[in-house]
Design a protein around this ligand. Structure first.
Ligand code: PLP
Length: 386
């Protein structure tokens, strides 16, 4: 079996599996907010996990808030910034390739607080139009309440100019939320050096437990709580902490640090795989292939060949990939991200995403290549064109 949907959710990484098997047997289990010895022991473990995560993410523990994942982190930043600044600032900026956690938050607050939601277009290579953003901020910067643009796209893996955007926003004193969900654990990231004001991660994308995550905040005094509760997480996120899950975040990030030297090798394997595929099928398109991409994401399409049909062929060989198509009543449509890149429907409907992780062995590509080759040969012969 080959699991190639790490951008959707990564399996628990090796060190996390080993850690949990010991940790669950040995304990301790207690409420980290209790003042008795057991509670304090759990608290110490959780704070140690925060310190390990902070070091790996290039910042100090005081900038980290544990939560349930990126959707919560993104929602919290929108909530906090909009509720405190909607009277004097009126524009929210996102981009055309954002995850629905960002898009729907922006639409929600625009609707209920009467704000303008401006969507930055994307270029054909899959990066956002940075030059246009510069123009917007030069003209209307004083009215901008929040800029929210991702660091790496979940479909194409294309890495965005997030450090340049951070500098630009800082020049205009506009808070910048960077959705780093896909970047962290698949590329190098340093919160302090990045210059972004808010960043997020989800445990299940980095090989830690699902339902856990981190919100990174440069200036905690700007934030207000979205979940009130008993004052946990320094009054910014109420509710008893999922300390066991947060410990796995520290283990997964440490494993990433140990393995990050493999990134170059994985990128090379990915390039070789794509080249071999294009040699066999010269019409094959690598979506986002002209831009800098995550080392482990490959997004391909054979124009006219139905992506779901390819996915099913691969699945019959026990290989699990995704298409980018949003489907209803079996009529697949080109994804929002690909539409933003100007990709035509015959290409968009054929898109297949193969996403691996740092824990993948690297020999998966040869098996996927073999299976894809027979899938395309078969589908091209029987002419299942969209
Ligand atoms: N942002 C991006 C880019 C994502 O890919 C995802 C998940 O797919 C999210 C945000 C939301 O993450 P979660 O569902 O773990 O909260």
């Amino acid at each position: 079996m080959i699991y190639a949907d790490y951008n959707g959710s990564a399996p628990l990484c090796q060190d996390v599996q080993e850690y949990l098997s010991q940790r669950i047997v040995k304990g301790p289990f207690a409420n980290p907010n209790a003042i008795h010895f057991m509670g304090q022991k759990v608290l110490m473990g959780m704070e140690n996990a925060r310190a390990v995560c902070a070091k790996s993410l290039g910042t100090l523990p005081k900038h980290l808030y544990f939560n349930s994942g990126s959707t919560e982190g993104i929602s919290h930043v929108f909530y906090s910034e909009v509720l405190t600044h909607f009277k004097e600032k009126k524009i929210l900026i996102t981009s055309g390739i954002e995850h629905s956690a960002v898009v729907n938050s922006a639409n929600h607050y625009a609707k209920y607080f009467n704000l303008e939601h401006r969507v930055l277009p994307c270029l054909s290579n899959g990066t956002v139009d940075f030059e246009l953003l510069k123009q917007w901020l030069a003209k209307d910067g004083e009215q901008v309440l929040l800029v929210s643009i991702m660091a790496a796209n979940n479909e194409t893996g294309v890495i965005q100019p997030y450090k340049e955007i951070a500098q630009l926003c800082r020049k205009h004193t506009i808070p910048f939320l960077c959705d780093t969900t896909q970047l962290i654990g698949k590329d190098l990231f340093n919160f302090d050096e990045s210059g972004v004001d808010y960043a997020v991660l989800s445990g299940h994308k980095i090989g830690a437990m699902t339902g856990t995550g981190i919100l990174m905040v440069r200036e905690p005094s700007r934030m207000i709580p979205m979940i009130i509760g008993g004052g946990q997480e320094r009054n910014l996120r109420g509710g008893t902490q999922h300390y066991l899950g947060y410990e796995t975040l520290a283990v997964a990030l440490t494993e990433f640090d140990k393995k990050k030297l493999r990134l170059e090798e994985l990128k090379e394997n990915r390039l070789q795989f794509e080249k071999a595929l294009q040699d066999k099928f010269p019409k094959l398109i690598i979506l986002g292939g002209e831009a800098d991409r995550l080392a482990t994401t490959s997004f391909i399409s054979y124009p006219g060949v139905h992506g779901q049909a390819v996915q099913m062929e691969l699945e019959s060989d026990d290989i699990f990939v995704t298409t980018s198509s949003a489907c209803s009543d079996n009529s697949p449509t080109t994804s929002k991200v690909l539409k933003a890149m100007g990709v035509k429907d015959d290409v968009g409907r054929g898109a297949i995403r193969i996403s691996l992780g740092l824990c993948s062995k690297g020999d998966e590509y040869s098996v996927i290549l073999k299976s894809l080759t027979s899938a395309f040969n078969k589908l091209l012969k029987i002419d299942i064109h969209v």
